[in-house]
Design a binder for this molecule. Structure first.
Ligand code: SF4
Ligand code: SF4
Length: 169
């Protein structure tokens, strides 16, 4: 695989997901529909871009433990996947966020994940881009991986040494 293949595709811009949002979706659609009823546009807009689902995890005694190591394809500055359109081809254990994944036990999505929150009867937090109207509000609220002590999984052998107990996981 050469470096070029790692690059985000030129026409792929998750930041633009929230541009012109009024013409794409109904206001506060997440309060009116269940996850099962959402269309693809609505579903994609729910992701707050925190990047925390791309941390490596261990299952220990029936509980998920997050580590501060992240998938090698995560860009920690933007908290976006560098290979988003090709992630399932290139990373066999990259998970699609579908209803099954959201409801899986033990929970492996962070407790701030919008999909998990809505599915469990909570509203979106004020820092969610859909509520704030700004993609960077998740970073400014310190709810993303931006500026956290995380490292790439490349070369990591013993993940147990990297377990973290952050409150928002
Ligand atoms: S944890 Fe949830 S909200 Fe955060 S990036 Fe992953 S899917 Fe999106
Ligand atoms: S390949 Fe999957 S796990 Fe890796 S950064 Fe992309 S979305 Fe996250």
């Amino acid at each position: 695989m050469n470096k070029q293949e790692y690059a985000i595709e030129p026409d792929f811009s998750p930041e633009k997901r929230f541009t012109d949002i009024k013409n794409k979706v109904e206001p506060e659609f997440w309060r009116k529909k269940k996850l099962e009823q959402m269309n693809k546009t609505e579903w994609e807009l729910l992701c707050d871009g925190c990047g925390k689902c791309c941390l490596n995890k261990l299952e220990i005694k029936g509980k998920i433990k997050f580590t501060n190591t992240h998938c090698r394809f995560l860009d920690c500055k933007t908290c976006l996947c560098k290979i988003y359109p090709h992630r399932f081809e290139k990373v066999p254990d990259c998970r699609d966020i579908d209803l099954r994944a959201i409801r899986e036990k033990p929970r492996w999505l962070p407790k701030t994940c919008a999909y998990w929150l809505l599915d469990n009867g909570f509203d979106l937090p004020e820092w969610h881009p859909l509520v704030s109207g700004r993609t960077d509000s998740v970073h400014q609220a310190h709810m993303s991986l931006q500026n956290r002590p995380v490292i790439s999984e490349t070369g990591i052998q013993d993940y147990e040494n990297y377990i973290v107990d952050w409150k928002d996981l």
